[in-house]
Design a protein around this ligand. Structure first.
Ligand code: UDP
Length: 409
Protein backbone atom coordinates (compact mmCIF):
# COMPACT_ATOMS: atom_id res chain seq x y z
CA UNK A 1 0.00 0.00 0.00
CA UNK A 2 1.25 3.47 -0.84
CA UNK A 3 1.39 5.35 2.49
CA UNK A 4 1.16 8.70 0.68
CA UNK A 5 -2.41 8.00 -0.42
CA UNK A 6 -5.15 9.09 1.93
CA UNK A 7 -8.70 9.12 0.71
CA UNK A 8 -9.48 12.15 2.88
CA UNK A 9 -7.13 14.25 0.75
CA UNK A 10 -9.68 14.03 -2.08
CA UNK A 11 -12.39 15.77 -0.06
CA UNK A 12 -11.34 19.32 -1.00
CA UNK A 13 -11.45 18.30 -4.67
CA UNK A 14 -14.76 16.42 -4.92
CA UNK A 15 -16.51 17.11 -1.62
CA UNK A 16 -17.07 15.22 1.60
CA UNK A 17 -20.26 13.41 0.59
CA UNK A 18 -18.54 11.86 -2.41
CA UNK A 19 -15.90 10.34 -0.14
CA UNK A 20 -18.56 9.17 2.32
CA UNK A 21 -20.24 7.30 -0.50
CA UNK A 22 -16.95 5.61 -1.40
CA UNK A 23 -16.58 4.46 2.21
CA UNK A 24 -20.09 3.00 2.20
CA UNK A 25 -19.48 1.09 -1.01
CA UNK A 26 -16.13 -0.17 0.29
CA UNK A 27 -17.71 -1.46 3.49
CA UNK A 28 -20.15 -3.52 1.40
CA UNK A 29 -17.16 -5.24 -0.24
CA UNK A 30 -15.53 -6.21 3.00
CA UNK A 31 -14.36 -9.83 2.98
CA UNK A 32 -14.08 -9.92 -0.82
CA UNK A 33 -10.79 -10.09 -2.68
CA UNK A 34 -10.38 -8.60 -6.14
CA UNK A 35 -7.38 -9.59 -8.22
CA UNK A 36 -6.31 -7.35 -11.13
CA UNK A 37 -4.19 -8.92 -13.85
CA UNK A 38 -2.56 -7.00 -16.69
CA UNK A 39 0.72 -7.18 -18.59
CA UNK A 40 2.95 -4.52 -17.03
CA UNK A 41 3.43 -2.64 -13.78
CA UNK A 42 5.01 0.36 -15.53
CA UNK A 43 4.29 2.25 -18.75
CA UNK A 44 1.04 3.07 -20.48
CA UNK A 45 -2.40 4.00 -19.28
CA UNK A 46 -3.49 0.76 -17.60
CA UNK A 47 -0.48 0.63 -15.30
CA UNK A 48 -0.96 4.32 -14.62
CA UNK A 49 -4.53 3.80 -13.38
CA UNK A 50 -3.88 0.60 -11.42
CA UNK A 51 -0.88 2.08 -9.64
CA UNK A 52 -3.24 4.58 -8.02
CA UNK A 53 -6.59 2.76 -7.91
CA UNK A 54 -5.21 -0.31 -6.12
CA UNK A 55 -3.66 1.54 -3.13
CA UNK A 56 -6.66 3.86 -2.91
CA UNK A 57 -9.10 0.94 -2.74
CA UNK A 58 -6.83 -0.75 -0.19
CA UNK A 59 -6.95 2.43 1.85
CA UNK A 60 -10.73 2.27 1.76
CA UNK A 61 -10.45 -1.25 3.18
CA UNK A 62 -11.10 -3.25 0.00
CA UNK A 63 -8.76 -6.19 -0.55
CA UNK A 64 -7.64 -5.42 -4.09
CA UNK A 65 -4.49 -7.05 -5.47
CA UNK A 66 -2.54 -6.66 -8.68
CA UNK A 67 -0.43 -9.16 -10.61
CA UNK A 68 1.04 -9.13 -14.09
CA UNK A 69 1.48 -11.92 -16.61
CA UNK A 70 4.94 -12.63 -17.90
CA UNK A 71 6.10 -13.57 -21.38
CA UNK A 72 9.05 -13.54 -23.76
CA UNK A 73 9.70 -10.57 -26.07
CA UNK A 74 8.15 -12.61 -28.90
CA UNK A 75 4.87 -12.87 -26.95
CA UNK A 76 4.72 -9.10 -26.55
CA UNK A 77 5.38 -8.70 -30.28
CA UNK A 78 2.28 -10.80 -30.87
CA UNK A 79 0.19 -8.89 -28.32
CA UNK A 80 1.32 -5.62 -29.89
CA UNK A 81 0.04 -6.94 -33.23
CA UNK A 82 -3.24 -7.90 -31.56
CA UNK A 83 -3.46 -4.40 -30.11
CA UNK A 84 -2.89 -2.78 -33.50
CA UNK A 85 -5.39 -5.15 -35.14
CA UNK A 86 -8.04 -4.33 -32.55
CA UNK A 87 -7.56 -0.70 -33.49
CA UNK A 88 -8.48 -1.78 -37.03
CA UNK A 89 -5.01 -2.02 -38.60
CA UNK A 90 -4.78 -4.98 -41.02
CA UNK A 91 -2.22 -7.11 -39.30
CA UNK A 92 -1.94 -10.75 -40.43
CA UNK A 93 -1.14 -13.02 -37.51
CA UNK A 94 0.18 -16.50 -38.20
CA UNK A 95 -0.97 -19.77 -36.62
CA UNK A 96 2.40 -19.97 -34.86
CA UNK A 97 1.81 -16.56 -33.30
CA UNK A 98 -1.64 -17.56 -32.06
CA UNK A 99 -0.07 -20.75 -30.64
CA UNK A 100 2.58 -18.70 -28.85
CA UNK A 101 -0.18 -16.58 -27.32
CA UNK A 102 -1.95 -19.71 -26.01
CA UNK A 103 1.33 -21.24 -24.82
CA UNK A 104 2.30 -18.14 -22.83
CA UNK A 105 -1.18 -18.05 -21.32
CA UNK A 106 -0.74 -21.66 -20.21
CA UNK A 107 2.59 -20.83 -18.53
CA UNK A 108 0.97 -17.94 -16.71
CA UNK A 109 -1.91 -20.13 -15.57
CA UNK A 110 0.68 -22.25 -13.80
CA UNK A 111 2.52 -19.30 -12.28
CA UNK A 112 -0.14 -16.87 -11.05
CA UNK A 113 -1.79 -17.16 -7.66
CA UNK A 114 -5.43 -16.80 -8.59
CA UNK A 115 -6.83 -16.31 -5.12
CA UNK A 116 -9.66 -13.78 -5.26
CA UNK A 117 -13.43 -13.56 -5.49
CA UNK A 118 -13.34 -11.40 -8.59
CA UNK A 119 -10.70 -11.71 -11.30
CA UNK A 120 -10.40 -8.38 -13.05
CA UNK A 121 -8.47 -8.95 -16.28
CA UNK A 122 -7.20 -5.94 -18.23
CA UNK A 123 -6.85 -5.80 -22.01
CA UNK A 124 -6.10 -8.56 -24.52
CA UNK A 125 -2.71 -9.78 -23.28
CA UNK A 126 -4.09 -11.86 -20.37
CA UNK A 127 -7.60 -12.39 -21.82
CA UNK A 128 -7.12 -16.12 -22.42
CA UNK A 129 -6.51 -16.86 -18.73
CA UNK A 130 -10.28 -17.40 -18.66
CA UNK A 131 -9.58 -20.78 -20.32
CA UNK A 132 -9.29 -22.25 -16.81
CA UNK A 133 -12.40 -20.55 -15.46
CA UNK A 134 -13.98 -23.89 -14.60
CA UNK A 135 -11.09 -24.79 -12.29
CA UNK A 136 -10.48 -21.33 -10.91
CA UNK A 137 -14.16 -20.41 -10.65
CA UNK A 138 -15.50 -17.15 -9.21
CA UNK A 139 -16.42 -14.02 -11.17
CA UNK A 140 -14.35 -12.95 -14.14
CA UNK A 141 -14.48 -9.45 -15.62
CA UNK A 142 -12.67 -8.37 -18.78
CA UNK A 143 -11.73 -4.70 -18.68
CA UNK A 144 -11.03 -3.55 -22.23
CA UNK A 145 -9.22 -0.21 -22.34
CA UNK A 146 -9.10 -0.18 -26.15
CA UNK A 147 -11.62 1.02 -28.70
CA UNK A 148 -12.56 -2.30 -30.35
CA UNK A 149 -15.56 -1.04 -32.28
CA UNK A 150 -13.81 -1.58 -35.63
CA UNK A 151 -11.38 -4.45 -35.13
CA UNK A 152 -9.62 -6.63 -37.66
CA UNK A 153 -12.12 -9.48 -37.97
CA UNK A 154 -9.61 -12.39 -37.74
CA UNK A 155 -8.14 -11.09 -34.51
CA UNK A 156 -11.49 -10.23 -32.95
CA UNK A 157 -12.81 -13.72 -33.80
CA UNK A 158 -9.81 -15.21 -31.97
CA UNK A 159 -10.20 -13.01 -28.88
CA UNK A 160 -13.99 -13.14 -28.76
CA UNK A 161 -13.96 -16.88 -28.02
CA UNK A 162 -12.31 -16.00 -24.69
CA UNK A 163 -14.26 -12.84 -23.96
CA UNK A 164 -17.66 -14.54 -24.17
CA UNK A 165 -16.73 -16.78 -21.25
CA UNK A 166 -16.37 -13.84 -18.89
CA UNK A 167 -19.18 -12.83 -16.57
CA UNK A 168 -18.94 -9.24 -17.75
CA UNK A 169 -16.95 -6.87 -19.94
CA UNK A 170 -16.15 -3.25 -19.18
CA UNK A 171 -15.52 -0.66 -21.87
CA UNK A 172 -14.47 2.96 -21.57
CA UNK A 173 -17.44 4.09 -23.66
CA UNK A 174 -20.39 2.48 -25.45
CA UNK A 175 -18.74 3.64 -28.68
CA UNK A 176 -15.77 1.36 -27.97
CA UNK A 177 -17.79 -1.81 -27.40
CA UNK A 178 -18.75 -4.91 -29.38
CA UNK A 179 -21.94 -6.96 -29.43
CA UNK A 180 -21.41 -9.62 -26.77
CA UNK A 181 -23.65 -12.19 -25.12
CA UNK A 182 -22.40 -11.17 -21.66
CA UNK A 183 -23.13 -8.23 -19.37
CA UNK A 184 -21.43 -4.99 -20.24
CA UNK A 185 -20.49 -2.06 -18.04
CA UNK A 186 -19.14 1.30 -19.07
CA UNK A 187 -16.55 3.20 -17.11
CA UNK A 188 -14.28 5.84 -18.59
CA UNK A 189 -10.73 5.81 -17.24
CA UNK A 190 -9.51 8.54 -14.96
CA UNK A 191 -6.53 10.38 -13.56
CA UNK A 192 -5.42 10.87 -9.99
CA UNK A 193 -5.21 14.58 -9.14
CA UNK A 194 -2.87 13.80 -6.23
CA UNK A 195 -0.37 11.56 -8.00
CA UNK A 196 3.10 12.81 -8.90
CA UNK A 197 1.85 12.99 -12.48
CA UNK A 198 -0.89 15.48 -11.67
CA UNK A 199 -0.36 17.18 -8.32
CA UNK A 200 0.47 20.87 -8.11
CA UNK A 201 4.16 21.69 -8.58
CA UNK A 202 6.03 24.83 -7.61
CA UNK A 203 7.35 27.02 -10.46
CA UNK A 204 10.86 26.23 -9.18
CA UNK A 205 10.29 22.50 -9.66
CA UNK A 206 8.95 23.09 -13.16
CA UNK A 207 11.96 25.23 -14.06
CA UNK A 208 14.37 22.66 -12.62
CA UNK A 209 12.84 19.94 -14.79
CA UNK A 210 13.01 22.15 -17.88
CA UNK A 211 16.67 22.86 -17.15
CA UNK A 212 17.37 19.15 -16.73
CA UNK A 213 16.22 18.57 -20.32
CA UNK A 214 17.95 21.67 -21.68
CA UNK A 215 14.64 23.50 -22.20
CA UNK A 216 13.42 26.98 -21.32
CA UNK A 217 10.22 28.99 -21.71
CA UNK A 218 11.65 31.60 -24.09
CA UNK A 219 9.22 30.45 -26.77
CA UNK A 220 5.73 29.01 -26.20
CA UNK A 221 6.13 25.33 -25.76
CA UNK A 222 3.92 22.89 -27.67
CA UNK A 223 4.02 19.45 -26.12
CA UNK A 224 2.93 15.94 -26.94
CA UNK A 225 3.51 13.23 -24.31
CA UNK A 226 3.17 9.72 -25.71
CA UNK A 227 4.81 6.38 -25.94
CA UNK A 228 6.84 6.35 -29.16
CA UNK A 229 4.16 4.63 -31.18
CA UNK A 230 3.08 5.27 -34.78
CA UNK A 231 -0.57 5.41 -33.71
CA UNK A 232 0.28 8.55 -31.72
CA UNK A 233 1.36 10.12 -35.05
CA UNK A 234 4.56 11.82 -33.88
CA UNK A 235 5.50 12.58 -37.49
CA UNK A 236 2.15 14.30 -38.00
CA UNK A 237 2.84 16.41 -34.91
CA UNK A 238 6.16 17.51 -36.38
CA UNK A 239 4.49 18.39 -39.71
CA UNK A 240 1.81 20.47 -37.98
CA UNK A 241 4.47 22.21 -35.90
CA UNK A 242 6.51 23.04 -39.00
CA UNK A 243 3.43 24.63 -40.61
CA UNK A 244 2.78 26.76 -37.53
CA UNK A 245 6.43 27.65 -36.99
CA UNK A 246 6.41 29.57 -40.29
CA UNK A 247 4.28 32.30 -38.65
CA UNK A 248 4.69 31.86 -34.92
CA UNK A 249 7.70 31.68 -32.68
CA UNK A 250 7.30 28.46 -30.74
CA UNK A 251 9.04 25.22 -29.88
CA UNK A 252 7.95 21.60 -29.93
CA UNK A 253 8.63 18.96 -27.31
CA UNK A 254 7.89 15.33 -28.05
CA UNK A 255 8.23 13.59 -24.72
CA UNK A 256 7.99 9.86 -24.89
CA UNK A 257 9.21 6.67 -23.53
CA UNK A 258 8.85 2.99 -23.87
CA UNK A 259 6.62 0.45 -22.20
CA UNK A 260 8.08 -2.99 -21.56
CA UNK A 261 5.14 -4.53 -23.45
CA UNK A 262 5.75 -2.30 -26.53
CA UNK A 263 8.65 -3.59 -28.65
CA UNK A 264 8.26 -1.05 -31.51
CA UNK A 265 9.13 2.08 -29.59
CA UNK A 266 12.91 2.13 -30.26
CA UNK A 267 12.33 1.98 -33.99
CA UNK A 268 9.73 4.77 -33.87
CA UNK A 269 12.05 6.97 -31.80
CA UNK A 270 14.69 6.68 -34.53
CA UNK A 271 12.12 7.66 -37.19
CA UNK A 272 11.15 10.74 -35.19
CA UNK A 273 14.75 11.84 -34.72
CA UNK A 274 15.40 11.47 -38.41
CA UNK A 275 12.25 13.43 -39.32
CA UNK A 276 13.11 16.25 -36.90
CA UNK A 277 16.41 16.51 -38.77
CA UNK A 278 18.23 18.50 -36.12
CA UNK A 279 15.69 21.37 -36.06
CA UNK A 280 16.77 23.30 -32.90
CA UNK A 281 13.13 24.10 -32.06
CA UNK A 282 12.17 20.43 -31.90
CA UNK A 283 13.13 18.62 -28.72
CA UNK A 284 12.75 14.88 -28.51
CA UNK A 285 12.92 13.57 -24.97
CA UNK A 286 13.27 9.88 -24.21
CA UNK A 287 11.99 9.81 -20.68
CA UNK A 288 12.27 6.67 -18.56
CA UNK A 289 8.95 5.24 -17.37
CA UNK A 290 7.91 6.33 -13.92
CA UNK A 291 9.47 9.78 -14.17
CA UNK A 292 6.12 11.27 -13.32
CA UNK A 293 7.20 14.58 -11.87
CA UNK A 294 9.11 15.29 -15.07
CA UNK A 295 6.02 14.62 -17.20
CA UNK A 296 3.90 16.72 -14.83
CA UNK A 297 6.39 19.61 -15.03
CA UNK A 298 6.54 19.47 -18.84
CA UNK A 299 2.75 19.53 -19.02
CA UNK A 300 2.65 22.51 -16.64
CA UNK A 301 5.30 24.35 -18.66
CA UNK A 302 3.45 23.83 -21.94
CA UNK A 303 1.49 26.58 -23.67
CA UNK A 304 -0.48 24.00 -25.67
CA UNK A 305 -0.70 20.23 -25.33
CA UNK A 306 -1.29 18.06 -28.39
CA UNK A 307 -2.49 14.51 -28.85
CA UNK A 308 -2.58 14.03 -32.59
CA UNK A 309 -3.21 10.30 -32.45
CA UNK A 310 -4.45 8.33 -35.44
CA UNK A 311 -6.25 5.99 -33.11
CA UNK A 312 -6.60 5.97 -29.34
CA UNK A 313 -7.89 4.22 -26.31
CA UNK A 314 -9.13 6.80 -23.88
CA UNK A 315 -5.99 9.00 -23.99
CA UNK A 316 -5.22 9.74 -20.36
CA UNK A 317 -2.80 12.39 -21.53
CA UNK A 318 -5.81 14.56 -22.39
CA UNK A 319 -7.29 14.47 -18.89
CA UNK A 320 -3.81 15.11 -17.51
CA UNK A 321 -3.46 18.18 -19.70
CA UNK A 322 -6.96 19.51 -19.00
CA UNK A 323 -6.56 19.02 -15.25
CA UNK A 324 -3.57 21.38 -15.53
CA UNK A 325 -5.92 23.83 -17.28
CA UNK A 326 -4.00 23.62 -20.55
CA UNK A 327 -5.53 24.24 -23.96
CA UNK A 328 -5.34 21.04 -25.97
CA UNK A 329 -5.33 20.31 -29.69
CA UNK A 330 -6.22 16.70 -30.26
CA UNK A 331 -7.55 14.31 -32.89
CA UNK A 332 -11.20 13.34 -32.72
CA UNK A 333 -10.45 9.65 -32.16
CA UNK A 334 -11.06 7.10 -29.40
CA UNK A 335 -11.85 8.65 -26.04
CA UNK A 336 -10.59 12.10 -26.96
CA UNK A 337 -14.02 13.57 -27.89
CA UNK A 338 -15.35 12.48 -24.48
CA UNK A 339 -12.80 14.80 -22.95
CA UNK A 340 -12.40 17.50 -25.56
CA UNK A 341 -15.72 19.15 -26.33
CA UNK A 342 -14.73 21.07 -29.41
CA UNK A 343 -14.29 24.81 -28.80
CA UNK A 344 -15.40 24.40 -25.20
CA UNK A 345 -12.75 22.28 -23.47
CA UNK A 346 -10.17 22.23 -26.27
CA UNK A 347 -9.90 22.01 -30.04
CA UNK A 348 -10.43 18.84 -32.07
CA UNK A 349 -8.67 18.21 -35.34
CA UNK A 350 -8.88 15.66 -38.15
CA UNK A 351 -5.67 16.27 -40.12
CA UNK A 352 -2.20 17.80 -39.99
CA UNK A 353 -3.55 21.01 -41.48
CA UNK A 354 -6.44 21.03 -39.01
CA UNK A 355 -4.02 20.60 -36.13
CA UNK A 356 -1.89 23.48 -37.43
CA UNK A 357 -4.99 25.68 -37.77
CA UNK A 358 -6.05 24.93 -34.18
CA UNK A 359 -2.52 25.60 -32.86
CA UNK A 360 -2.51 28.96 -34.63
CA UNK A 361 -5.87 29.92 -33.11
CA UNK A 362 -4.54 29.41 -29.60
CA UNK A 363 -1.11 30.92 -30.22
CA UNK A 364 -2.76 34.03 -31.67
CA UNK A 365 -5.17 34.34 -28.75
CA UNK A 366 -3.71 33.14 -25.43
CA UNK A 367 -6.83 34.29 -23.53
CA UNK A 368 -8.89 31.89 -25.60
CA UNK A 369 -6.41 29.16 -24.68
CA UNK A 370 -6.76 29.95 -20.99
CA UNK A 371 -10.55 29.87 -21.26
CA UNK A 372 -10.47 26.45 -22.94
CA UNK A 373 -8.08 25.17 -20.27
CA UNK A 374 -10.24 26.47 -17.43
CA UNK A 375 -13.32 24.72 -18.85
CA UNK A 376 -11.32 21.58 -19.43
CA UNK A 377 -10.21 21.37 -15.81
CA UNK A 378 -13.82 21.56 -14.63
CA UNK A 379 -14.88 18.89 -17.12
CA UNK A 380 -12.19 16.55 -15.75
CA UNK A 381 -13.14 17.31 -12.15
CA UNK A 382 -16.70 16.22 -12.88
CA UNK A 383 -16.04 13.15 -15.00
CA UNK A 384 -12.50 11.83 -15.12
CA UNK A 385 -10.98 11.71 -11.65
CA UNK A 386 -9.98 8.45 -10.02
CA UNK A 387 -12.60 8.68 -7.27
CA UNK A 388 -15.27 8.35 -9.96
CA UNK A 389 -13.59 5.32 -11.51
CA UNK A 390 -13.19 3.40 -8.25
CA UNK A 391 -16.80 4.26 -7.43
CA UNK A 392 -17.90 2.75 -10.77
CA UNK A 393 -15.82 -0.36 -10.12
CA UNK A 394 -17.12 -0.89 -6.61
CA UNK A 395 -20.69 -0.59 -7.84
CA UNK A 396 -19.91 -3.09 -10.58
CA UNK A 397 -18.28 -5.58 -8.18
CA UNK A 398 -21.29 -5.36 -5.89
CA UNK A 399 -23.71 -5.75 -8.78
CA UNK A 400 -21.94 -8.89 -9.94
CA UNK A 401 -21.44 -10.37 -6.49
CA UNK A 402 -25.09 -9.93 -5.59
CA UNK A 403 -26.45 -10.58 -9.07
CA UNK A 404 -28.51 -7.44 -8.68
CA UNK A 405 -28.96 -4.45 -10.91
CA UNK A 406 -29.64 -2.03 -8.07
CA UNK A 407 -27.36 -1.65 -5.09
CA UNK A 408 -28.95 -0.36 -1.89
CA UNK A 409 -26.47 1.43 0.31
N1 UDP B 1 3.42 8.52 -20.22
C1 UDP B 1 4.54 8.71 -19.44
N2 UDP B 1 5.74 8.85 -20.04
C2 UDP B 1 5.88 8.81 -21.40
C3 UDP B 1 4.72 8.63 -22.18
C4 UDP B 1 3.50 8.48 -21.58
O1 UDP B 1 4.47 8.75 -18.21
O2 UDP B 1 6.98 8.94 -21.88
C5 UDP B 1 2.14 8.40 -19.54
C6 UDP B 1 1.15 9.50 -19.83
O3 UDP B 1 1.41 10.63 -19.03
C7 UDP B 1 -0.16 8.80 -19.52
C8 UDP B 1 0.11 7.37 -19.95
O4 UDP B 1 1.51 7.19 -19.95
O5 UDP B 1 -0.40 8.81 -18.14
C9 UDP B 1 -0.39 7.10 -21.36
O6 UDP B 1 -1.75 6.83 -21.32
P1 UDP B 1 -2.66 7.08 -22.59
O7 UDP B 1 -4.02 6.59 -22.26
O8 UDP B 1 -2.57 8.51 -23.03
O9 UDP B 1 -1.98 6.23 -23.75
P2 UDP B 1 -1.51 4.70 -23.88
O10 UDP B 1 -0.03 4.72 -23.69
O11 UDP B 1 -2.22 3.88 -22.84
O12 UDP B 1 -1.88 4.34 -25.29
Amino acid sequence: MNPKINVRDYEPIVGKSYIEELRMLASRLSGKTILNINSTFIGGGVAEILSRAVPLLNQLGVDVRWQTISGEAQFFKVTKKLHNALHGKVEPISDNEFSLFRETTKNNLNQIDFSGDILFIHDPQPVALIADKRDIGRKWIWRCHIDISHPDSQVWKFLRQFVINYDAAVFSSPNFAQQLPIRQFFAPPSIDPLSDKNRELSPETVDAVLAKYGLNRDKPLILQVSRFDRLKDPLGVIKAFELVRKNFTCQLVLAGGTASDDPESGEVLEEIKERAGGNPDIHILDIPPGTDIDINALQRAAAIIMQKSLSEGFALTISEALWKAKPVVASAVGGIPLQVKNRLTGLLCHSVEGAAYALRQILANPDYGRWLGHNGREHVRQHFLIVREIRDYMLMFLTLEHNEDVIYL
